[in-house]
Write a protein that binds this ligand. Structure first.
Ligand code: AMP
Ligand code: MG
Length: 403
């Protein structure tokens, strides 16, 4: 059986082979958050476009300013003012943050280090050449590529685009991800479940996870544990860019997802991973589309999505797969888990002073959404560990939706 790292690598390799040119659209920077850029963005001019003051204070010639120096203040420069006049020898000019430093001046002294009486400014300390000035062109040169194709657009990237005037961006369209739950016991949210039925929570969590991963969820409802119904709905799902199923991949008599996929020509790359929860997870390519059969227990579904489906959505979005957001923290309460499988335990990381501490939460196993609701991460117990003592460093997978 594959480790989760090996299984993930399989997904990345196989979906990477499917990646063709993505359909693109021109999107306003206001709407492009989370999309993947499909063009280069270059600067329209140098940045900063002029020698910019980074402080409120006085523009001076550094050599003229020693502790106790007094200079005549000959005016003021606000942010946005047109600046052409050279600073006369033996004078200073009041300047604001974001304003252009006048020719001749080579330092800005913070107002906090000066005293003013009328037009005379007294300086408390020496000035150093270049202080509090960002020189023209030092952040970026004109025509420099500042965003490239395949980059994910977060707030900083969008600010970059806005700064250089790229108001419309060619972006890859989000991959459409079909979501199909399975199970005779599963009813939709608009139905009142019978005593032995359950509501379809997996389709809701999967749709949210698809969205967070950058995909466009296409919920297809629920298939009964019957070959015909499953076959029909899976075929419908294969019309989208990827298909994610929940349930029906374990060893039960009515776990039919794999056999139905096989009949539709699927090639399987794994049908089990050495993890708990999530061991029966399946990954196949069927009719050219990546298909994930995730176990139906809600915590299993969520964990296996993060491990295996999220990187596929990255690649189908035109980006590289992001690394798993694993971080390290100190274990706050000792652990004892069965070795052999890597465990992903619902857990809570708390930040106290500078140190992060994580504790596994009490839970009733992989069906326990109530426990997961209190978790902000999954504590990762490696397959070869049985006992982990308080204070040992452990790895955890952050829930990126809440942390
Ligand atoms: P399965 O993987 O089909 O054996 O299902 C495992 C467990 O997950 C069972 O207790 C199911 O009732 C539950 N389950 C399956 N599908 C869903 C769903 N869509 N939403 C919530 N729970 C589910
Ligand atoms: Mg089932």
């Amino acid at each position: 059986m594959l480790t989760f790292e090996q299984a993930r690598a399989k997904v990345i390799e196989q979906v990477g082979k499917l990646r063709g040119p993505r359909a693109c659209a021109s999107v306003s920077v206001w709407d492009a958050l989370g999309l993947v850029l499909a063009q280069e963005v270059k600067t329209d001019r140098e940045y900063p476009p002029f020698d910019r003051s980074t402080r409120d204070g006085y523009a001076v010639r550094a050599v003229e300013v020693a502790p106790g120096t007094e200079l005549q203040c000959v005016g003021e420069i606000k942010a946005g003012d047109v600046v052409t006049k050279t600073l006369a020898v033996g004078t200073c000019v009041q300047i604001m943050t974001g304003a252009a430093v006048p020719p001749g001046a080579d330092a800005v002294v913070m107002i906090e280090h000066t005293q003013r009486g009328g037009d005379v400014v007294r300086f408390e300390r020496a000035a150093r050449e270049g202080q509090n000035i960002v020189r023209r062109g030092t952040e970026a040169s004109a025509g420099q590529t500042v965003l490239s194709s395949g980059m994910r657009l977060g707030f900083a990237e969008l600010a970059m685009a806005a700064q250089v005037g790229a108001a419309q961006l060619q972006c890859a369209k989000r991959p459409r991800v079909a979501i199909l739950s399975t199970g005779d016991e599963v009813v939709s949210l608009d139905q009142q479940p019978g005593e032995f039925q359950i509501r379809n929570s997996n389709s809701v969590s999967l749709a949210a996870q698809v969205r967070i991963a950058g995909g466009d969820p296409v919920p297809l409802g629920n298939a009964a544990d019957r070959v015909e119904d499953l076959g029909e709905k899976i075929e419908r799902g294969l019309k989208e860019d990827a298909l994610v199923l929940s349930g029906g991949v374990s060893m039960g008599k009515y776990d039919l997802v794999e056999s139905v996929l096989k009949a539709l020509g699927a090639e399987f790359f794994f049908d089990g991973v050495a993890i708990r929860p999530g061991k029966p997870a399946v990954f196949a390519i069927c009719q050219g589309k990546p298909v994930f059969g995730l176990p139906g227990n809600p915590v299993s579904t969520m964990v296996t999505f993060e491990l295996f489906v999220a990187p596929a959505i990255d690649i189908l979005s035109g980006a590289d797969a992001r690394p798993l957001p694993l971080v390290e923290a100190r274990l706050g309460e000792g652990l004892n888990e069965k070795p052999g499988l890597a465990h992903f335990l619902p857990a809570r990381i708390e930040w106290r002073a500078a140190a992060a501490e994580v504790k596994a939460l009490k839970w009733q196993g992989s069906g326990d959404i109530t426990a997961l609701r209190n978790a902000n991460c999954f504590l990762v117990v490696p397959a070869n560990r049985e006992k982990i003592e308080v204070g040992e460093p452990v790895s955890l997978l952050l829930r990126k939706d809440v942390v």
